[in-house]
Design a binder for this molecule. Sequence first.
Ligand code: PLP
Length: 395
Amino acid sequence: MISSKMVDLVKNSSVIRAMFEEGKKLAAKYGSENVYDFSLGNPSVEPPERVKEAIIEVLNEENQNLIHGYPNNSGYEDVREKVANHINQKFDTKYCHDNIVMTVGAAGGLNVIFKTLLNPSDEVIVFAPFFGEYRNYVSNYDGSLVVVSPNTKDFQPNLEEFKDKITAKTKAVIVNTPNNPTGVVYSEETIKKLAGILEEKQEEYKTSIYLISDEPYRELVYDGVEVPYLTKYYKNTIVGYSFSKSLSLPGERIGYLVLPDELDDAGDIKAAANVATRILGFVNAPSLIQRAVSRCLDAEVDVEIYNRNRELLYQSLLSYGYECIKPEGAFYLFVKALEEDDKAFVEKAKAHNILIVPGFSFGCPGYFRLAYCVDYDMIKRALPHFEQLAKEYGF
Ligand code: PLP
């Protein structure tokens, strides 16, 4: 008999994954060219050529025991030093290897940091809509997720409500910008206000509240938009980065945490994150790809390919009568469902072989998410079906 906690988790298992499976079934029935799967954030743009070269260089040029052996639980020191230097160059910071923990993607990094920080019933605040897996990551350590309701006007965080939801038990706040599922980039003004509220509340409760910046989409931005680097605005900031989307390497499971010296209890946090990496069973982030990414920190995927998809989908959906804000980053559109019940709407879309994810799974019912990290031609084939669906609702 499996644990009662897992019984519930299996029952509520990810809606997004379920959709993905559904897509495979529909493709078998109707042919894959007649199924329009916008459900999963699996990058469609190829990793830069530099990644392949770097992997080959590591294999050809480096010591075989070193590249396949156990590194420090926090990662190879030279890799962490290169990552720190890269961040310093980009954001004018002063980190060294000691501030970096290599992680098993952003998901691994978040689990390490929650294991490090959370006592049972400690509260972690998120802003809806949010990446649904946060629920599981926080519950893994018996923390309590506190959701700030969505601001559907522009999907910047609802700071008035945020202020009211901070308590003496608030241990951490997650922000994710560029955001999954909205594609919104939180403005510098928003970040400054958010930091101000956190300072005030830390003072009021005499606690440390850690701001966790989950940024797998940092590099995927359009129209030259700037994504503020949050450690500059609030000293108790921990950054979780991932190469899953920035280099199209989600299966390789590689990312890192930035743990600045300015954090309250920085020494303890760094030591605990190292141990958490080990005892969660990761032991260390995968060794070969650690070494490879350290050689291509400047490489970039071709964001223009996502941008073309974004423009086509956004403009077309608007012309059919859908409502949506234009995303500035990531590769998602978060669209108002054409009826209140987003689950019912998603079912109707499925009848057109369109696979999308209902907003409730991001804590924002009444909307749906479209992942446009897909083939451009699939978008073109899907458009008449989106139009037909809108017509069914009288548009
Ligand atoms: N955080 C957000 C907001 C995500 O969208 C994802 C993946 O889609 C993750 C974390 C996990 O990313 P990774 O593959 O790096 O673990």
